[in-house]
Design a protein around this ligand. Structure first.
Ligand code: GLN
Length: 239
């Protein structure tokens, strides 16, 4: 029987606008298909085990990002190794920013990131707040909620998670939202993102399961009527 070890990075400091719901979604959607799930909470000072199947980290205030900065840097090598071994990963907002090169706050404090994603972020003059809809080549329409001061610029060779349909996304200017590197998705979408976008949840689960058993080519389908209804309600909300 396959067991999935899901690493939850900094649940105390990095958990905004329902981000924890992403963990519940991954756990439930895996269990509904008969897989066993262990949630491994990583707090500052803990050691990250080697046998991680999915990495998840949420958003946080600038002060939360500051608190975890050193610990994240200490674990950068191992996180990079996991992601370069195609372990699926989802990082939202504050951790999305710190998986890139750095986040510079409105006060000018530079919080150093771990450069797994190819981007850097500098706080802008106003916060970008509201409902957001994006279009992604892999997942189609993805809906969520954003609230960030940071304006993220992707390096030229980075691949965005999607293109903004309504909302701001990475910086409110170039229409990009988030980034995908290997099986790692960085995005500004809170909400939480996974309950309303089950295709994204299943992408992470399938990649994790295939890493253990490459013969599995698809997940058992679930009845997603409620999830898809929630998706379409969210997509119609005004910005
Ligand atoms: N503190 C960061 C910013 O304001 C991230 C915010 C968040 O995670 N929602 O840009």
């Amino acid at each position: 029987m396959i067991t999935l070890n899901i690493l939850h990075l900094y649940p105390k400091e990095m958990n905004l606008y329902g981000d924890h719901g992403n963990i519940l979604t991954l756990k439930r959607r895996a269990e509904w298909r008969g897989y066993k799930v262990n949630i491994i909470e990583h707090h500052v000072g803990d050691k990250i085990p080697d046998n991680i199947d999915i990495i998840f980290g949420g958003g946080g205030q600038d002060s939360g990002q500051s608190k975890i900065e050193d610990d994240l840097r200490k674990n950068a090598k191992q996180l990079k190794k996991l992601i370069d071994n195609d372990v699926p990963c989802l990082v939202i907002c504050g951790l999305y920013q710190l998986f890139g090169d750095y986040f510079q706050t409105a006060e000018g404090q530079k919080i150093t990131g771990i450069s797994i994603l190819k981007s850097h972020t500098i706080a802008g003059p106003t916060r970008l707040i509201g409902n957001i809809v994006i279009n992604s080549p892999e997942f189609g329409e993805v809906v969520g909620y954003e609230n960030h001061s940071g304006l993220t610029r992707l390096d030229d060779d980075a691949k965005p998670f999607g293109i903004v349909v309504s909302g701001a996304g990475n910086n409110g200017e170039d229409m990009t939202e988030g980034e995908i590197y290997r099986n790692c998705i960085g995005t500004y979408l809170h909400g939480p993102i996974l309950p309303k976008n089950p295709r994204v949840a299943d992408y992470l689960l399938l990649k994790a399961i295939q890493n253990q058993d490459p013969k599995i080519d698809k997940l058992k389908p679930l009845n997603d009527n409620i999830e898809l209804h929630a998706h379409s309600v969210a997509a119609k909300r005004p910005r």
